[in-house]
Design a protein around this ligand. Structure first.
Ligand code: ADP
Ligand code: MG
Length: 679
């Protein structure tokens, strides 16, 4: 496995290989790091007479009698005995060859839990193996591997054993580093985990605290860090356009704004400006809580690209959001003489042709949805690719946008705050700028939790709110199982609210509306001619209507925390006191209760994310980015956070001082999967 070249395929029949591939086992090297879930002690034999006790035991018995009974249901009933007593083995499903193996007089070792039944001691569906009389006991604990239908544990055990026997397992950590980190050797750790001696501390092994596990988990995290870091460095080797502003476009935009930038925005702007002037592509993630003001920072970056004579692209995940960006950026920049183009799936063909032509010719900023990355979209001279709400895009999509230029600079934005350990794992290949300051004058959003039997009170609250000149969102419950049902609910809510709020204008927006219908509704809401906007979660990201200062969310218990935080962030954007009403339907499960408590008590997105991670695990945080990233199988980003920190430093050190070992380490852990990491 450590030889360069193609990984050695698993030596097994084609049918078995296919099944193994399903659980990620493609080559010999994969087998080596396919580690046991738990162990069974087959190194000892327990006499039948002492087998009752709740723990699985191994018996060695001779079959006395074997018959198939049909009552109360079909079953194979085997009587067997050792010198100390008799026991019944029951099988409710069995193959003829199993029945044959359990013929009278056969010597078998059976493994399982013994219980005291009406007819004496018995075992139901024990694992068993026919043996020759006097066959020696295994010297190591029996590993139980994660498996899939049709692959017996014993088969996996054999394959892994063979792979281990044939493998050279040189250590990929430099000795000096290994000692400094106080980690055991790789080969020793691996062999120990596959074949622990009978006296091993099984509990420490199964709980994965054992030093051998520490080593394996460290190696796994290290592989991830190495890979990300290497991808990062590799991109630095590529050339990129040097974007140095040739005029004062950015300054003129700043002059036109009705506000000054926050300190955090100024810092972000300076960092990005510095990156764009380098001869290698920027790969920066701009993170900032909902409402932190990422758009203007991106616009200023675009200005720099434009005044350096290049094009900038600005891609957003939904029509609504993309269009809103388009309108805002056009407002900001067209008066300054910038040519802004707009590409979305909903453009009529004539308009689309015009916009495509502009993109291929003299447009300076092109704003759009996924439409930007379709075939047939050619940029004349793309120098900067901006991706908003980047976690909503897949790796391939972000890559596709980059491919529209030759190594353009890349600015990605996200309002989904990511806890530090996650960020280190998933964004180690990016530079990260955090907008850690909200624009001044925002009034904190008051959050209320209201049970759904008081829904009428909420309606009254909306009424009063609109009478004060403000607007409100009313978000309908998320119905994951059925989009149709979700639409129906939105429609009904809309009708109900229209009836409950005579005299107010109620609007409805959902994912099934045609793009231009959606735009019309959003425009009417932005212009203030709709008072209450009933919406599905299509408004989750980015929408910005400062006069809307009330957010009502129905069935809040069904939403994820980051979603609730995003939704709540739609208000509190103007100078008006804002509130968010979370209507919940009881009885609440424990997790739902915890979530609502967290959102009620916290306004800081990072804190919410941190607590969310604790209840939910990392899966949903990184969104699309995680697709393709081989998830850590053994290490846990939260529990093993310390290892992640360590590995990050070690990865840098190895790529500088021990490149060859680093390469080996990557091959060992990632093999062909490494390609997938590059995004
Ligand atoms: P997000 O980071 O969520 O994308 P936006 O860029 O949409 O936030 O900004 C939210 C609102 O705050 C917008 O209306 C924007 O014009 C406004 N804004 C941005 N920066 C400032 C600032 N420094 N001072 C006041 N308002 C600002
Ligand atoms: Mg935004």
């Amino acid at each position: 496995m450590d030889n360069a070249g193609a990984p050695a395929p698993i030596r097994a029949p084609e049918a078995l290989r296919k099944k193994l591939a399903k659980i990620g086992l493609h080559c010999e090297a994969d087998l080596l790091v396919h580690l046991p879930l738990r162990y069974e002690d087959e190194t000892r034999i327990t006499p039948v007479a002492r087998a009752l006790g709740g723990e699985p035991v191994q018996l060695e018995v001779v079959v006395v009698h074997n018959e198939v009974q049909f009552r109360p249901r079909r079953q194979l009933v085997v009587r067997a005995a050792d010198a100390s007593g008799e026991i019944t083995l029951r099988f409710f499903s069995f193959y003829p060859n199993q029945q044959a193996a359990l013929a009278e007089g056969a010597h078998v070792r059976v493994f399982g839990e013994v219980r005291g039944g009406f007819f004496g001691l018995e075992m139901v569906h024990p694992r068993f193996r026919k043996i020759a009389e006097g066959e020696p006991l295994p010297a190591a604990l029996t590993p139980v591997y994660p498996s899939t239908a049709g692959v017996a544990n014993s088969a996996l055990q054999k394959l892994v054993g063979a792979a281990l026997a044939g493998a050279e397992l040189p250590d990929t950590l430099p000795e000096e580093l290994r000692q400094r980190l106080k980690l055991p050797g790789f080969a020793r750790s691996l062999r120990y985990l596959h074949t622990p001696p009978p006296e091993a501390d099984v509990e420490a092994l199964q709980a994965r605290h054992h030093p051998a596990w520490q080593r394996i988990k460290f190696d796994e995290v290290l592989a991830q860090q190495l890979s990300l870091r290497r991808a990062y460095l590799a991109r630095r080797e590529q050339g990129a356009p040097v974007l140095v502003a040739q005029d004062d476009l950015g300054a003129r935009l700043l002059d036109r704004l009705p506000f000054g930038l926050t300190g955090a925005q100024l810092r972000a702007m300076a960092e990005i400006a510095g990156d764009l002037a380098q001869p290698y592509p920027m790969q920066r993630l701009l993170q900032g809580d909902v409402g932190a003001g990422k758009t203007i920072v991106a616009a200023l970056a675009a200005c720099q690209a434009i005044s350096a004579g290049w094009q900038a692209a600005f891609m957003a995940p939904t029509e609504i959001l993309a269009e809103q960006h388009y309108l805002k950026l056009r407002d900001w920049l067209e008066p300054l003489g910038v040519r802004v183009a707009w590409l979305s799936g909903s453009l009529k063909s004539k308009a689309k042709r015009e916009q495509l032509a502009a993109t291929a010719a003299d447009a300076q900023l092109v704003v759009g949805t996924h439409a930007l990355i379709q075939d047939g979209v050619d940029f004349a001279k793309l120098g900067l690719a901006i991706v908003d709400e980047q976690h909503r895009f897949g790796v391939a999509q972000r890559l596709a946008l980059r491919k529209k230029g030759s190594n353009p600079h890349q600015l990605m934005m996200s309002a989904t705050p990511i806890p530090r350990t996650l960020a280190m794992s998933y964004y180690a290949d990016l530079d990260v700028t955090v907008l850690d300051e909200l624009p001044p004058g925002r009034t904190p959003i008051k959050t209320r939790l209201i049970a759904d039997n008081r829904r009428q009170d909420v309606v009254g609250f909306v009424q009063k709110h609109v009478e004060e000149g403000r607007q409100a969102y009313w978000v309908c419950p998320l119905i994951e199982e059925s989009e149709a049902l979700q639409l129906q609910t939105a429609q009904e809510t809309y009708e109900q609210l229209s009836a409950d709020l005579p005299g107010l204008t109620v609007g409805l927006v959902h994912g099934r509306l045609k793009a231009d219908e959606k735009q019309a509704v959003m425009a009417a809401f932005a212009a203030g001619s709709i008072d209450v906007l009933v919406a599905t979660t299509v408004i989750e990201v980015g929408v910005d209507v400062p006069n809307a200062s009330l957010m009502v969310i129905e069935h809040a218990e069904r939403f994820g925390l980051s979603q609730l935080h995003q939704l709540r962030g739609r208000v509190g954007r103007g100078q008006y006191e804002s509130s968010c009403v979370l209507i919940y339907a009881g009885p609440l499960g424990e997790i739902a209760r915890q979530r609502l408590k967290i959102i009620f008590e916290n306004t800081d997105g990072f804190e919410i994310a941190r607590q969310d991670l604790q209840i939910r695990g990392p899966g949903e945080f990184v969104g699309a980015r995680q697709s393709g990233v081989p998830l850590l199988r053994y290490a846990d980003l939260e529990l093993d956070a310390e290892l992640v920190e360590l590995a990050r430093g070690v990865a840098e050190e190895m790529l500088t001082d021990h490149l060859e070992l680093a390469e080996r380490h990557l091959r060992r852990w990632l093999g062909s999967r490494e390609e997938l990491l590059k995004s």
